[in-house]
Write a protein that binds this ligand. Sequence first.
Ligand SMILES: [Zn+2]
Ligand SMILES: [Zn+2]
Length: 423
Amino acid sequence: METRRIKGTKDILPEETEIFLAAEKELRETMSKYGYREIRTPVFEYTELFIKGTGETTDIVNKEMYTFEDRGGRSISLRPEGTPSVIRAYLENNLYKKRNFQKLFYYGRMFRYEKPQAGRFREFRQFGIESVGSSSPQVDVETIILGLEVLSNIGLKRVELQLNSVGCENCRPSYKESLRNFLEPKLNNLCDDCRRRFETNILRILDCKKTNCRKVLKNAPTYIQYLCNECKNHFSEVQYLLQKTNVNFTLNPYLVRGLDYYTKTVYEFISQVLGAQDAVGGGGRYDKMVELFGGPQIPAIGFACGMDRILLAIEKEGEIKIIEKKLDCYIVTMDEETDEEGFLLLNKLRKKGISTEKDFLNRSIKAQMKDADRLGAKCSIIIGTEELSRNEVTLRRMSDGSQKRIRLSVDEIIKELNNNIKQ
Ligand SMILES: [Zn+2]
Ligand SMILES: [Zn+2]
């Protein structure tokens, strides 16, 4: 029997869970400030949804999906990304009829069969937004500003914004044509993947990280020169608004993102500590997807960020906040009788909102005090035989060891605890 965890998955132990929880709290607060509301979709969908939405020619669909047949013989896939599910849910629940501009965000687990690396897992945590309904460049800029603010609030400080436009269905053919003419005589210098992409989806060659392919691309025509008037104006307006809102960006003509559905603006958030080829997130406009899924002609834009990679980058920046969980009170007891009294007091204090713990292993007083320290208890309450006979307990402040006898009454104990916890 195999009892180890599956390659590419990870156990998040309690200390690390605290770090995730703190990041998730920042995420939700920032989203709410910008008017984005959370949507939760299933972790699995019909495989077709991703073939159609993410794109048939993408690496994600071709090589990375966890696909299986369910007992009814249907092809099901674990979601490799969030956007197709959100757009499906948007249409299936007629959200556009409720309000014609919808701002949705999601946070959850995604699954991709990729080579596991630092901060890259086969089951990973991703958040993202989808802003559906407006084609205004202001919305492009709003999503970018929101993305940068979320990253900053979670704790990532050094983020570079890279920007490009991948045009629309009107201007794409002429750009593809010029790229095809440029690459055709150099096909032998491209990697196998890129030679295949030359036939299936030529734009993806721009994205290749292989050294030889990058060399070939050095003098390749860039999309900017081929944008139609509408795309050109849109892209200029995005850049103008970014400048006006003091957002720094770098134009990257090779930025196409690994997905088929983008139109016009695309962008990536690059963490400088993870290296130039490693984005912590990115997104872009996808004005055709709602229609592709059988809905009306509704434009949309969104981004997605990997939480595991963000936290890794923050750790590399040396900025991870260690959240110390402090216990208010630890009850120390001596024998069977005082121990039972301790158990009753434990429950009464918890009911009153005091985080309280006690020993359940019949350990010595010394061992109990050590346990109280390990748990970071601010105070301990010692119930000794002699104290109990006088209906009293000893309250000890753990920071300086000062002790005080008080009455064994919940109100009295809470009053004294509150005095000491605040200090
Ligand atoms: Zn265009
Ligand atoms: Zn290549």
